[in-house]
Design a protein around this ligand. Structure first.
Ligand code: SAM
Length: 231
């Protein structure tokens, strides 16, 4: 018998497995629809055409160095990683939550095997590491130019799609915020040229660490800690 997510009270969420990939569905009477990773979705294409990716590109220094290598240390469902790869960067997507990582792996496989040339080539610049970023060794990080952090923060956009994802992250990632400052301290101690932190536009800098400069958007801000030149 099929399980009806809105009437299922024995589990917090259901993992839906299809031939094409996996999705996660929160249960409960007012539960939003399932969440999956689809880099070819209209929202991703819109974000690109509307130029919403330029601020992130500027923050990491895209264009300042050929084949910029970025560690997305909080990869989540990989949207920012995909944007960075679309801007030409080689992206290591690091995600420590096994469910989020499995969803990202599923979305990556879908894109990498796509007949859409843009999806396939962009995603070929992304590789997934399922681990806590702070456990990555100096040797692993040797070729990384920029560490990018998008730690969990309270909901910043009001669209239904974002609400749906936030509800999912809040379910998966209880007690997350307490480790964000430690993550920034770790990143600032790594031998990289820049550390970039995504923040809500009006929030104080993470860990009260004053960045070298900020790239400001309407809803979000990128705090850029410049540690050395990009060359
Ligand atoms: C707000 S989400 C990131 C969303 C992502 N930027 C995107 O575009 O989909 C934060 C993610 O960082 C992950 N995370 C937090 N600390 C981490 C760490 N130390 N190492 C690896 N992943 C971490 C969490 O599990 C969560 O999935």
């Amino acid at each position: 018998m099929a399980t009806e997510p809105r009437r299922c009270d024995g589990f917090d969420a259901l993992l839906l497995i299809f031939v094409s990939g996996i999705e996660l569905q929160i249960t409960g009477r007012n539960a939003p629809g399932p969440v999956g990773v689809d880099f070819g979705a209209a929202a991703m294409r819109h974000r690109r055409v509307a130029g919403h990716n330029e601020l992130l590109g500027k923050a990491v220094g895209a264009g300042k160095k050929a084949a910029l290598s970025v560690l997305d240390a909080t990869a989540g469902l990989g949207r920012d990683s995909f944007v960075l790869a679309d801007l030409g960067a080689e992206v290591t997507c690091c995600e420590r939550n096994p469910v989020a990582a499995a969803m990202l792996e599923s979305g990556l496989a879908l894109a990498q095997n796509s007949t859409d040339h843009w999806l396939a080539t962009t995603s070929s610049r992304m590789q997934l590491v399922t681990d806590d970023a702070t456990r990555l060794t100096a040797d692993f990080l040797r070729d990384i130019d920029v560490i990018y952090l998008d730690p969990m923060f309270p909901q910043r956009e009001k669209s239904a799609a974002v609400k749906k994802e936030m509800a999912l992250f809040q379910l998966l990632l209880k007690d997350e915020e307490s480790s964000n400052e430690r993550l920034l301290d770790w990143a600032l101690g790594c031998s990289v040229a820049r550390v970039v932190v995504k923040r809500p536009s009006k929030a104080p800098p993470l860990g009260a660490k004053i960045p070298s400069h900020c790239i400001k958007g309407k809803a979000v801000r990128y705090d850029v800690h410049v540690l050395s030149g990009l060359s």
